[in-house]
Design a protein around this ligand. Structure first.
Ligand SMILES: [Zn+2]
Length: 321
């Protein structure tokens, strides 16, 4: 029988009492968090997890997605590229859909932005944006045990808006050839903050979002596309462009050592200050791993190591902007 992350022999056994004490303290705060979530549900609104690539939702945000769903925040996912770096965009969109389904998020709440230049005219470049909703649910939901989490932002079940839209914007500059993607999946490309902010804000308003969850300034892995999401949301926040009451939680980037000590980082994260902490049970951790395995096109050897050791498949610690 393969050893799970909670079954690493004597050191883990010795650490268990300490973990239980920490979790008991967390459970008290959990009750307060749930009360806040229920209170928010009456006011309308819901959570949005903003990602850059298909697989980010499972690799990095699974604890937050499961915790938010358990809190009744009905999280939606907005993925800002199709993950086309190796021309696998269509495959990866399907994998995203399957992964979200394992995490309990219906296809109607999963949106992929595939932004392209359409044409240029008289020196004014027109951008065309196709926002596509994934269409089908291909697997059934797993049973959801309650995660242990700390969460206080207000959320609720509510609302869908237009699932498809087109935006034409006048811009004065052209950084990309017409027809090519303007939000490319590329670790060397920083996405245009203004463009991204416009697309994200439209989605926030259409979906009646009052909590946005995304990467922090470190982007967890340092990927330029991840950091671009933070820059866009920070811009919306600092400029006061977000709808009233809409809050932003950013996923904490940690050093390499903490990143790959799996559940052991629970001890550290519980002791450090933060605004929200989602910790999965062993069963839910397996659920997160099943979601990540849906991204079959990405399961190279180092991703399999990631599955085994990453803290982000066990917990998410977040801070408010
Ligand atoms: Zn990514």
């Amino acid at each position: 029988m393969a050893a799970g992350p909670w079954c690493w022999g004597t050191p883990a056994a010795l650490a268990l009492p300490v973990l239980l004490l920490l979790l008991l303290g967390g459970a008290r705060r959990l009750r307060r968090g749930r009360a806040g979530a229920r209170g928010g549900a009456r006011g309308g609104g819901r959570a949005l997890v903003l990602t850059a690539h298909p697989d980010d939702e499972a690799m990095f945000f699974a604890p937050a997605l499961l915790g938010l769903r358990s809190a009744g925040a009905a999280p939606a996912v907005l993925c800002c590229s199709a993950g086309n770096y190796y021309n696998q965009g269509e495959i990866r969109k399907k994998e995203l859909e399957q992964s979200c389904c394992v995490l309990g998020i219906p296809a109607s709440d999963v949106t992929v932005i595939d932004h392209r230049w359409s044409r240029s005219c008289c020196g004014v470049h027109l951008r065309r944006c196709s926002i596509q909703r994934t269409d089908t649910v291909t697997t059934s939901f797993a049973v959801f045990p309650n995660p242990v989490f700390l969460f206080f932002a207000s959320n609720s079940l509510e609302a869908t808006g237009d699932q498809r839209s087109e935006i034409l914007q006048n811009t004065g500059t052209c950084r990309t050839a017409p027809g090519s993607r303007d939000l490319p999946d590329d670790p060397a490309v920083e996405w245009d903050t203004q463009l991204l902010a416009t697309l994200v804000l439209e989605h926030i308003e259409a979906k009646n979002i009052n909590l946005v969850v995304t990467f922090d300034a470190g982007g967890v892995s340092g990927h330029a596309n991840h950091i671009s999401l933070y820059n866009a949301v920070r811009y919306l926040h600092s400029e006061g462009k977000l709808p009233e009451g809409c809050r932003v939680l950013v996923l904490e980037s940690v050093n390499l050592c903490r990143k790959y000590i799996s559940f052991l980082d629970v001890f550290i994260s519980c002791l450090l200050p933060g605004d929200a902490l989602f910790i999965l049970t062993e069963e839910e951790t397996e659920q997160a791993k099943r979601a990540m395995r849906c991204h079959r096109s990405q399961l190279l050897w180092f991703r399999r190591l990631y599955l085994r050791f990453s803290r982000y498949l066990v917990l998410n610690s977040l801070r408010l902007l």
